[in-house]
Design a protein around this ligand. Structure first.
Ligand code: KG4
Ligand code: ZN
Length: 339
């Protein structure tokens, strides 16, 4: 039997709809919201309004690109949480309305599980290996930093996480201090290409167990930069690329040190990356080097599936559908939702 799923994602500032057939992506449409860049961060009320404007055309384009009619859809998956309440409400209400109108089951999806299960999305004609259980996933986004032990599609355990800022948040806050636009992660990544990662020595936080902390890094960076600027007001302009490279190298080092510790202690050698920060070129190449050194098999998502997208929601709903692991009762969104 062929299974066709419509996925809807609206947890933060990207409105996305995707169609997946038997685990293969037929379409994945993402509308980014430009409106936030002038505010230096996502403005929740503006995000919900933009979702309302975008959601219908985005779903329409996803269906057309996939060549699928509403009557072909077997189930609708939507992000129930975690995320911004207003943004989640738009996607969830729309999904609920469509499921009632089309008479198809509604499947709730946990956004963090979806980031991890993005590794199971297949492209048409794609025969590359999928991760096998158990594997470790370093999920690094604007709101989360977690090392997750994945024993099965819906059996996941957080073994380490941030005690304060998320890795993406650290990139964004430091970028803001440097006067870069939001989101700052991609800006730092771009600048870092031409910088010296050893230029600015920053503290490497040491947390107990496998946890992370990034707030000290941001504060240390701010104070160091202030004192350099007192000595030389042109310091930032002269060394933007070096600062970006140093920040990126430090964040990558903190992330990979803990990941390596978990891999050594558990003996798990299949390691994956997920979430918006997995688009970072420094993190991707450092993980590949480490994997070579440690003999790991590493899974790095295609850029399209690093940041928020509905294909990951659709694939998660697909596995729920196959396992009949869903309850079609509509439950309202949840801003905070454990894995
Ligand atoms: O997963 P995501 O799209 O949304 C959340 O669920 O948070 O992640 C967004 C985060 C932002 O903090 C953004 O700065 C970061 O991912 N990001 C990057 C890069 N691309 C996106 N950080 C570093 N380097 C990148 N290339
Ligand atoms: Zn996300």
């Amino acid at each position: 039997m062929s299974v066709i799923i419509l996925g809807i994602e609206s947890s933060c500032d990207d409105t996305s709809a995707a169609i997946i057939q038997d685990g293969v992506r037929l379409s994945n449409v993402i509308a980014n919201q430009e409106v936030h860049s002038e505010y230096g961060g996502v403005v929740p009320e503006l995000a919900s309004r933009a979702h309302q404007k975008n959601i219908l055309p985005v779903i329409d384009v996803a269906l057309n690109k996939a060549g699928v009619k509403p009557s072909d859809i077997d189930a609708i998956g939507y992000t129930r949480g975690p995320g911004l309440m207003g943004s989640l409400l738009v996607g969830a209400s729309f999904a609920k309305g469509l499921s009632m109108g089309w008479g198809v089951p509604l499947i709730e999806v946990n956004h963090m599980q979806a980031h991890i299960l993005s590794h199971f999305i297949r492209e048409p004609e794609d025969t590359s290996a999928l991760p096998s259980f158990p594997f470790l996933c370093l999920t690094v986004s604007g709101g989360h930093t977690q090392i997750v032990r994945v024993d099965d599609y819906f059996s996941m355990t957080v073994v380490g996480e941030t005690r304060d800022d998320a890795a993406g948040e650290a990139f964004d806050k430091i970028a803001k201090i440097m006067g870069l636009s939001y989101p700052g992660g991609p800006e730092i990544d771009r600048l870092a290409q031409a910088g010296d990662p050893g230029f600015f020595e920053l503290p490497i936080s040491k947390m107990p167990g496998y946890d992370f902390s990034f707030s000290g890094l941001k504060t240390a960076f701010l104070y160091r930069l202030r004192s350099e600027l007192e000595k030389d007001p042109g310091f930032l302009d002269c060394h933007r690329a070096d600062l970006a490279a140093s920040v990126q190298a430090t964040i990558v080092q903190v992330l990979l040190r803990q990941l390596k510790a978990v891999a050594l202690d558990t003996g798990i050698r299949h390691v994956a990356l997920a979430g918006g920060v997995s688009a970072n070129s420094g993190l991707r190449s450092a993980l590949e080097r480490l994997a070579l050194q440690e003999g790991w098999k590493v899974f790095i998502p295609a850029f399209e599936y690093c940041t928020d997208n509905a294909a990951m929601v659709a694939i998660t709903a697909y596995y729920s559908f196959l396992q009949r692991a869903y309850d079609t009762t509509y439950r309202p969104p949840q801003a905070r939702m454990p894995l």
